[in-house]
Design a protein around this ligand. Structure first.
Ligand SMILES: [Zn+2]
Length: 69
């Protein structure tokens, strides 16, 4: 499973016609970055510093222990 270099969403290369990007939009965004090497794309991030630099929720849980007591 590959990931879109722009938004890091998982994509299926056998299905997505805009591979390696998830969509035409992301492809244009990446193209724009190359043309405009100054990365003038506004970052999408929240202003509050909640946990430093969390890159999103972890897949699955921290541990799959059974709670049988
Ligand atoms: Zn994307």
């Amino acid at each position: 499973m590959a990931r879109c270099p722009v938004c890091s969403v998982e994509i299926d290369l056998t299905v997505v016609v805009t591979a390696p990007f998830c969509s035409e939009r992301c492809r244009v965004i990446d193209l724009g970055r190359w043309l405009d090497e100054s990365y003038a794309v506004p970052e999408i991030r929240h202003g509050d510093d909640d946990d430093g630099d969390g890159e999103g929720p972890l897949p699955g849980g921290p541990m799959a222990g059974d709670d049988d007591e």
